[in-house]
Design a protein around this ligand. Sequence first.
Ligand code: AMP
Length: 189
Amino acid sequence: MNLVIFGAPGCGKGTQSERLIDRFGFYHISTGELLRDHIARKTELGIIAEKYISQGHLIPDELMLSIIDVLLDSPEVKDRSIIFDGFPRTVNQAEELEKLLVKRGNKVDAVIGLEVPDEELVERLIKRGQDSGRADDNIDTIKERLDVYHNQTQPLKKFYQERGSYRTINGSQSIDKIAEDIAQLVATI
Ligand code: AMP
């Protein structure tokens, strides 16, 4: 089973992915974490990615898609159920992901949309910046990332609704309640 955990920055995608991994044993593909790891290791990709991430912009689709293409064939990912977290983030990425999965006899089975109002997201991200020191969790970059989300990523909701795979979860509830709602939903897929 392949799931996409979907929503704005700060909606709880990472936290809920961890819960799903503990409960169901998915392989977790978090493109944000993957890129931050490259930045920390100062790889060629990390150096390119840092320029986009620090401004709150998306890294180019071709770059992101080539990383996913390679990752899907790696021994630790092959034949596993996957949670995609932070990917796809544009309609083009979603269309290309569909092709990458079809090529491997697979598909996206469900998209779990964690819906949280913007004001709450800003509060959460500012707090996360203070606690974790994540460089892009500062007020200017947060505003840019939310704009990017609304302009480039939110259209994916309609894309997946049209395919009948979008499921809404109220992301303003407690972490445990959200995890429970998601687990119930996953059980029906
Ligand atoms: P995240 O940890 O998912 O909030 O991602 C942090 C940053 O990494 C984003 O603001 C983007 O700059 C970059 N990034 C993560 N995933 C993607 C993606 N699928 N496409 C383009 N850029 C991405």
